[in-house]
Design a protein around this ligand. Structure first.
Ligand code: ZN
Length: 411
């Protein structure tokens, strides 16, 4: 029926006591060292089960911690064995407490506490009743299930929630989106006709350019003068830039999704190209241009918002989308007259290159009707990144090794 979707929400904690903080830190470092050893042993085994057999007894004896923590550490090592090949490669980890290792309780005064099973027993940690907590309760009311609690290297805690999302309805119209360095081109087609074409994010790329210029000036100052003022300013500016981009990217994603809603269309984007390879093809000047719209982050935002509004986002093969003539399909590199312009060598069709690409993406999608109803692929390990925005985090590496649980807080 539906598809399970996972989401991580931060949980604000009231400053734990020195002793509790030490216990959390100890648990983290034990988990990390178990994960390290298990990762080293994972080369010589063929399955997760085998890895458990090899390491379980040894860990139990050596560390004397809860069995479930041993199992989690081994599972964690197994899930990252491909992305971090060598043992020395991991210096951070994510500790997962599954349903057997945590519970929510209330103090005599009715304040919420999180009880965690740490190395040497259960410890109650008071939760701050802030905005994050409210958001967390809201999710529980909206049928999200709490499956586990995770702890990051800075001892911050996140709640992992899961929900069966209804399958997005079949929509006959398609929005093709081409994400480029300087703008995002959007084309909507339905019944074989182009209904709308527009651009997004041009302001973002302009602003990014200005930020880069100002940073370059400050960098120069910092490197030539001995006073630390320029360095401080630079730091401040970087923070401003980061915040601006994040906000703007989420806004643009929302704008595009509401467009999709208005036209009742599903979304098609290109499968992620090998960016590293693509970058190497250009010289330094163009490379600076390329990083203006954060492509990977934008895709993440788009998928998140789309999921909320139950609009399907699917990916197509990016081959030749910006070299093919949308009229007759003539394909060739000579169709590019320069970096941003498209002119068909065969029939003379002229247009902006990104516009052509977005049109081609939409056309390609509508040629294979079976692909249109296709739901977005989820849960695939895309990268080891942890995004944190709008207070929502998504972890690509968390593999649910336990049964879904029904722990609830409040109601
Ligand atoms: Zn043509």
């Amino acid at each position: 029926m539906g598809m399970p979707t996972q989401k991580c929400l931060p949980l604000g904690l009231l400053q734990p006591t020195k002793i509790k903080e030490r216990l959390l830190r100890e648990t983290y470092s034990t988990f990390l060292s178990m994960a390290r050893v298990a990762l080293g042993a994972s080369n010589s085994v063929r399955s997760r089960g085998q890895l458990h057999k090899v390491t379980y007894g040894r860990f139990k004896e050596q560390y004397g911690v809860a069995s479930q923590l041993v199992i989690e550490a081994t599972s964690y090592a197994w899930s990252i064995r491909k992305s971090s090949g060598c043992v020395r490669g991991i210096h951070k980890c994510i500790v997962r407490f599954d349903s057997r290792l945590f519970s929510f309780k209330r103090t005599a005064r009715g304040n919420p506490v999180l009880s965690l099973r740490l190395n040497k027993g259960r410890v109650a940690i008071p939760i701050s009743q802030d905005g994050a907590y409210k958001r967390f309760l809201q999710h529980l009311r909206k049928d999200w299930h709490l499956t586990s609690i995770i702890m990051k290297h800075d001892l911050s805690l996140l709640a992992v929630l899961s929900k069966e999302m209804p399958k997005p309805p079949i929509r006959l119209k398609v929005i093709g989106i081409d994400i480029n360095s300087s703008k995002i081109a959007v084309t909507i087609i339905g019944n074989g006709k182009v209904l709308k074409q527009c651009y997004f994010g041009q302001d973002l790329s302009t602003k990014q350019f200005l930020f880069t210029e100002r940073r370059r000036v400050l960098q120069k100052y910092r490197d030539t003068t001995s006073k630390g003022k320029a360095g401080l300013k630079l730091k401040c500016l970087s923070g401003k830039q980061r915040n601006y981009i994040r906000t703007r990217v989420w806004q643009i994603a929302n704008e595009i999704i509401s467009l999709a809603n208005t036209f009742n269309a599903n979304i098609k984007i290109e499968r992620l190209r090998h960016i590293g390879k693509r970058k190497g093809q250009f010289n330094k000047n163009i490379r600076r241009k390329i990083n203006r719209i954060p492509c990977v982050f934008f895709r993440h935002a788009l998928k998140c918002v789309a999921e909320r509004k139950s609009i399907a986002v699917s990916e197509i093969n990016p081959r030749y989308t910006s070299q093919t003539c949308p009229r007759r399909g003539y394909t060739g590199k000579e169709n590019w007259t320069n970096y941003s312009y498209f002119r068909c060598k065969n029939c003379g069709y002229e247009a902006d290159r990104d516009r052509v690409a977005s049109l081609n993406i939409a056309l390609r999608a509508s040629q294979s009707p079976s692909a249109m109803a296709q739901a977005p692929r989820r849960g695939a390990s895309v990268s080891s990144l942890v995004w944190q925005d709008e207070g929502c985090e998504r972890l690509h590496q968390i593999t649910p090794s336990c049964k879904p649980t029904n722990s609830f807080v409040g109601n």
